[in-house]
Write a protein that binds this ligand. Structure first.
Ligand code: ADP
Ligand code: MG
Length: 324
């Protein structure tokens, strides 16, 4: 028996001039869980979310969000969703508490109820201590948590999280993940766009991988990882200049090598420790100095390479400045 769908999209297309940002995306997002949209920068994640949130009109295709058509019943969709960072706008010149109270008042809560809800959220998000501080003085992590809190003044049945942890330190990232889990436990469905396989692993029950505006894979995070093999040798060099040499050595001793976005890192699919040890020994013999190495699970880049034959970083040219 299939679960109820919170989002059902068929053949969504959106072009900006010659760029087909979204090029025929189908989505079936079950209610009551976190569903991931995983893809590199420029893959079309934000454009997809903006269409589902009725902020952009699709050029083709259709989508139903919580039972309402995003074009024909846009008002009903808007009333039911929350989009962090876009619909809920936080004012930098107000304190954290003032922002939440203001939004609660705008949403129709009485004065006392608005204050109570604001305090509850500040507490839940670990920002009570900074409640009276102006938002412009918040750290990135606190600001992100306040953004999410602002979109949850009234717990939405569906929440869009667009790269909620990009640029956050590991501790703030973990806190955002905890918040997302708490919301799902209360019945919220989350559509999570992310560039991190790790994040999808932590949160998503199911996901699609998108590349150049198209869905290229669908499954659980575990299934995606296994498409890139079960293990991987990750190596970080002290001197990034030695990477070509390191790549040659690893290619020889272990197998095909992926150059990670971090200019000093590379990895190679590798199932067993003896092979990994041989790879590390080969690098030592070649005089390549290592900052770090580990045998772990495949990275997003390795998954990408396995799925598409190219690296996430080459997926799409990302213009510096978007034409207006
Ligand atoms: N408003 C816009 N005008 C022109 N091009 C855009 C606009 N929004 C997005 N794009 C382009 O569409 C593609 C997909 O962008 P986006 O949906 O933001 O990707 P992602 O969120 O996965 O990084 C990119 O090539 C991007 O430059
Ligand atoms: Mg985006």
């Amino acid at each position: 028996m299939p679960r109820e769908l919170a989002i059902e999209a068929t053949g969504l297309v959106k072009a900006f001039g010659a760029t087909r940002a979204v090029d025929g995306v189908d989505l079936a997002v079950p209610a009551g869980a976190v569903y991931g949209v995983l893809g590199p920068n420029g893959a079309g994640k934000t454009t997809t979310i903006r269409m589902l949130a009725t902020l952009l009109r699709p050029d083709a295709g259709s989508a139903c969000v919580l039972g309402h058509d995003v074009v024909g019943e846009a008002d009903a969709v808007r009333g039911a969703i929350s989009l962090t960072g876009q619909l809920a706008s936080v004012d930098e010149e107000l304190t954290g508490r003032e922002n939440l109270v203001l939004i609660a008042r705008l949403l129709g809560l009485g004065r006392a109820a608005a204050r109570a809800r604001a305090d509850e959220l500040l507490e839940a998000f670990g920002i009570s201590g900074a409640a009276g501080r102006l938002v412009k003085n918040y750290s990135g992590g606190m600001r992100r948590r306040l953004d999410i809190a602002a979109s949850l003044v009234v717990t939405p049945p569906l929440l869009f999280l667009d790269e909620p942890t990009t640029g956050l330190d590991p501790r703030s990232r973990t806190q955002v993940w905890e918040i997302a889990r708490a919301l799902v436990a209360e019945g919220t469905t989350i559509l999570l766009c992310t560039q991190y396989l790790e994040e999808a692993d932590q949160l998503a029950d199911g996901l699609v991988v998108i590349d150049r505006g198209r869905v290229i894979a669908e499954g659980t995070p575990g299934q995606l990882r296994s498409s890139a093999g079960s293990g991987s040798l990750h190596v970080r060099l002290i001197d990034p200049e030695q990477r070509p040499e390191a790549a040659r050595g690893l290619e020889q001793a272990v197998g095909p090598v992926v150059l990670e976005p971090d200019g000093a890192a590379l990895s190679a699919a590798c199932e067993d420790a003896a092979r990994a040890a041989a790879g590390v020994a080969e690098l030592a013999r070649a005089g390549v100095a290592l900052a770090d190495f580990s045998l772990g699970r495949p990275s997003l880049d390795e998954v990408f390479l396995a799925l598409t034959g190219h690296l996430a970083a080459d997926a799409a040219p990302v213009p510096e400045e978007q034409p207006s």
